[in-house]
Structure formats: C-alpha cells, structure tokens
Design a protein around this ligand. Structure first.
Ligand SMILES: C[S@@+](CC[C@H](N)C(=O)[O-])C[C@H]1O[C@@H](n2cnc3c(N)ncnc32)[C@H](O)[C@@H]1O
Length: 437
C-alpha cells in the first residue's frame, strides 16, 4: 500500500479485480473496469477531505463500478463513505417493447471522508402538477398539502417557495432536441443535473474535476458558478467544443477567460505538432487531423467521422454569405508529402460538395505545380466581405503557429450559427466506452 497522497490500491481493490477477472474473463468489460479502477484510484488520491465523488454509468457496468468504488473509498480503513445511490428520473414516451421503458439513470455518490464533506442545503421544485394529480387530485406533494385556487393554480403558503430539500430522486429532463443548451454531443448531460451536483458538493473557488468531460457541461457549470475546474477527455473535439461553448457564452469576456485556461496534451508548437503528424498509428494521426481542422477553423468545423481509409474530406464548416444564406468550406489535412494531385482531388471534392472553398492543411509550402492548380480553381468574391479569395488554399502547420499574426493563421470568414458545426462524436476505442462512461 502507498503512503498518503500516493496512488493507493487497497487489498480489496486488488482482490476484486482478480475476482472479476475470474468471473468475467479477459474481455472488453474487464478492460473497461480496470481502466475505470485506475482512474477512480487517482481521483480518490487527489480529492480533498471535504470532496465528493459522483459516478454516472449505465446499467451495463454500474453495479460492478459500485464494488470498485466501495473498495477504493470505503474499505480497508479508507475513511470514506458511500453516501447515496441517486436516481435520475426523466420522462420518455413509452414504446411498445419487450422490456420496461427505461426512465432513470443511476448516479453513485461517495465522500472522501465521513463527516467533513461539503454538502450545501439545496431545495428542489415540487413535483409537476400532473404528477401530483396522478396521486390524489392536487393534494400530495412531499409532506405538504397543496391547495388550488379557483383557476386551478396552486396556492403558495408562507415559507413554501423554496421547494423540498433535495432527495435522492432527481426529476430532471434529458436535453430536448430543441433545447438551447444542446450542443449535438451524443451523451451530453443537462446543465440542471450538473448544477445540482456542483452546488451541493462544492463552494465558490473549489475545484471541480470531470475525468470524461465530453462537451463540457460540468466545466461550463463550474465556470458559471465560480468554481475552478479541470476537464479531461481523450479526444481533441471535446476540447474544441468546450472552447467554442465558452466563446459563444462569454463573447466579450472570452479573451480574458481563454487566457486563464491551460490546455494540456495538445500541440503547443510546430515541433510537437509535427511529432503528432508523423506518428505511424492511424488513431494519433487522426487526432492530429482533427486538431488541425478545428484549430484553423476556430473550432467551427464539423469533423467528418465517416471518412474512410480511401480518402474523403476531413471537415466541413458553414459560413455566412448573407444574413440568410450559408456558404460551405471543406478541409483536408495531409501529414506526408503533398502533391498537385492532392489539390486536384480537393477541388473535385469541393465541386461535389458544392463548397465555395477548399482548404488543404499540410506540412509543406505549395510547390509551383500546386500554385498552378490553385490559380486554375479561381477566386471567390465574398458578398459581405467584399474580398476575393482563392477557392483552393494551402495552409501549412507552421502557419497555424505563426506568431506574426498573434496566434497563427485562422479561417477568416463570418461563421454561420448552425447545429451542423456542433456535432462531435468520439470514435475509436472511446466508442466502446461511450455507453459506459
Ligand atoms: C459520456 S461522455 C461525457 C459526456 C459529458 N458528461 C457531457 O455532458 O458532454 C464520455 C466522454 O469520455 C471520453 N472518453 C472516452 N474514453 C476516455 C479516456 N480513456 N480518457 C478520457 N476521456 C475518455 C469520450 O471522448 C467522451 O467525450
């Protein structure tokens, strides 16, 4: 066993993983549980004595993860506490099917210590009128008797406005397709869920850590509530989406907030970008391509996840041609040597996609024959900018870091506000974990 502050596997954790190996075999579920165990052990290590840990997972693995958390937080004199199993209850239209319609998720809640935990008083609204009426016409809500006036509105009594103290059933809707907060991220959590958790278990200035932060609901809520935050995600799209989410939310204050955000694990200079670009494994190179497209497009492009080994575009962005019409730009990234034929392919992709612009991001400056290809594709006059630009453009990775233009060369078009730019899905190994995390 390690010392305080060091990674600490309890004997029970080790025994549990051995037991799970015997029961589950060495498949993807065990791999996932081991991955999560490593994470949770580290989260437990960095958690303050007043800190809390919330884990949300679907029923595929939630029950196994509760065992894992028990061994890390509670057993072997760890001093922690299993606090609650929270039921997050939401409504869905029922489909005729062979099982009960799933209308809840489970969130496990642990404390680093038994008594010092931050746990702020919080109230939740009363149950919706329909729910009350389902029980006894308009009377039962928590322990309260509710009365209606002649118009059918609930009469509030003195001291009743606060609602009831939060209990372990959170009645919160999933994000609706038309909701303003919707980012298009497939597993996005509702702001209200994170708000309840963060307000309950932290105070202003505290640190909130989300080890699988996706499109950053937790970090966005933490920022708004004056908490400091750390978000971790395996894909660069997640970072890009969070930066975009913040830029859209804070507008004028964004440069100051951005200056305060420390990004780790993304290329900081030409050398680190080139190291990624030249990696042999496809997965890392794909991350480089996403980083290049999203960085150049100021996080506005949508990554084309369907791109196969046989080519295709890497990303698309929409920009405003006038107040009602969108134009289209497509992006292609090449990490090896670039030839005239790469630009010719990009141009035919551009024509097929009916896009005004095609951008090739690559490591080398364009050769003479590539410049000829650019000239042959012609120019486009943007009606709002009153400016003519080459329809085909080559941007080098070095230019993305070109400090002469303060932070490097970026797409300079008035971007359209459309959901199409928001979609982002983690692929590869992350795919398998998406349902589980
Ligand atoms: C369920 S989503 C999180 C959604 C998030 N709560 C939100 O509101 O957007 C899980 C995230 O975990 C990320 N992920 C998967 N494997 C990971 C790993 N090994 N390390 C870090 N992040 C990972 C995925 O990229 C995905 O964004």
């Amino acid at each position: 066993m390690g010392k305080v502050g060091e990674t600490r596997w309890t004997e029970q954790t080790v025994a549990l993983i051995r037991g799970l190996e015997a029961v589950l075999g060495r498949g993807s579920l065990l791999a996932y549980l081991v991955h999560m165990t490593l994470r949770i052990v580290e989260i437990h290590r960095v958690l303050k004595p007043t800190g809390s840990f919330y884990l949300h997972c679907d029923p595929t693995a939630s029950h196994y993860l509760k065992l894992v958390c028990d061994t890390i937080f509670v057993s072997d004199r760890q001093g922690g506490d299993f606090v609650n199993e929270i039921v997050w209850w939401y409504k869905r239209w029922s489909n005729a099917s062979s099982n009960f319609q799933r209308m809840h998720d489970v969130i496990l809640f642990y404390g680093k210590s038994k008594k010092d935990r931050t746990f702020n008083v919080q109230y939740q609204g009363y149950a919706k009128p329909e729910a009350i009426e389902d029980t006894v016409r308009g009377v039962i809500d928590g322990k309260l008797v509710r009365l209606k006036d002649e118009d059918g509105n609930y009469i509030k009594r003195k001291g009743e406005n606060k609602g009831v103290a939060c209990h372990d059933v959170f009645e919160l809707q999933h994000i609706q397709p038309t909701a303003k907060e919707r980012m298009g991220y497939p597993t996005q959590k509702p702001v209200a869920l994170l708000e309840r958790i963060i307000k309950k278990s932290s105070n202003e200035g505290d640190v909130v850590l989300d080890a699988y932060c996706g499109c950053g609901t937790s970090v966005a809520v933490a920022q708004r509530l004056g908490r400091r935050w750390i978000g971790i995600d395996i894909t660069y799209q997640s970072i890009a989406l969070i930066l975009k989410r913040f830029a859209d939310t804070y507008k004028d204050d964004w440069p100051a907030i951005e200056a305060d955000i420390k990004l780790d694990g993304v290329p900081r200079d030409l050398e680190s970008a080139m190291l990624l670009a030249n990696r042999k494994d496809d997965k890392t190179r794909k991350e480089f391509e996403k980083w290049a497209v999203l960085t150049f497009s100021r996080n506005q492009a949508r990554i084309n996840e369907k791109k196969g080994a046989d080519g295709g575009i890497d990303g698309i962005a929409y920009f405003l041609l006038d107040k009602d019409t969108n134009g289209k730009a497509i992006f292609q990234v090449k990490s090896g040597t670039t030839k005239r034929s790469d630009l010719a392919t990009l141009n035919s992709d551009r024509l097929r996609e009916k896009a005004e612009f095609g951008f090739l991001i690559c490591t080398d400056l364009p050769t003479k024959s590539m410049r000829d290809e650019i000239a042959a594709a012609g120019k486009f006059r943007h009606p709002l900018l009153n400016r003519e630009d080459d329809r085909l453009q080559v941007i080098t990775v070095a230019e993305l870091f070109d400090m002469a233009s303060s932070r490097g060369k970026r797409l300079d078009l008035p971007m359209a506000r459309t959901d199409a730019v928001k979609s982002a899905v983690a692929k590869g190994d992350a795919d398998k974990q998406l349902g589980l995390i």
